[in-house]
Design a protein. Sequence first.
Lengths: 67, 224
Amino acid sequence: MLEMPVVDLEKCTGCGTCVAACHCGAIIIVDGKATIIETKVCGWCGVCEAVCPQGALYCEYEIVIEG
Amino acid sequence: MAAPVEFLQASPYFAGMNTPELESIADLFYQKTIGKGEIITFEGDPGEALYFVISGAVKCFKNSREGKEQILQIVLPGGSFNDVAVFDRGPSPTSTETMSLVNCYVIARQDMQRIIKDYPRLAPNVINVLSGRIRHLLALVEDLSFRQVISRIARILLEYADGAGPKQKLTQQEMAALAGTAREVVGRSLKTLQEEGMIRMERNRLIIANKEGLAQMVDTVDRE
């Protein structure tokens, strides 16, 4: 399963700001909440997290040391 | 559920207590599970309880009037929070929020104080824990006072890299709150680190390609 940004459904108000900002169409509103669609097109740009007025979207990085 | 003796044994607060002693205090703790993104304590609240993290991560932070967040500490499994307010009986100096699903053991302030009173030999343990807290905060003051943002980001990446300690994923927003800067600045710093060959970003993986170079950046302290 492809890792995707995560929505905190309790914080999300379904305002749609992230839907408008997402470059790859990975977010839709379902039942008044942002819902992430699994897609390889998502390049983890972080725009959805940056624009969310509620801080309800998380694009977490796994930090690893090479080698 | 009472805290298991093994968990208490591993806590720096209770180092030196034997099994029967630990068994006698285990019932004073209860377990609590808290969902991701929930506030546990608010800055200014009375310190009613001390928390010991079993799993997950908790951030201790302060907010400016404008809403800017500064993370002072991320508490990982084995660590504790709300200590200062519990011991000095003053208001909580920071707010705390879960960064993931968190399991913790909780003990009421009065119970913790009674344990210290009943076992005075634990006092040096308390001093050790609080001294560690002061050292951590002094390092943060040094960071914020003398280091450029990019050096702070380098330090955060090395601190939270897999293998350096308990694993905790970070968002750019959280890196900004740890470094005392804006999210946009973190984005620019990561881009610069990438251009300099220090890191590589593969979607949700941030790979440290030049650990030594990054460590050198951390050591570069601007004292002008």
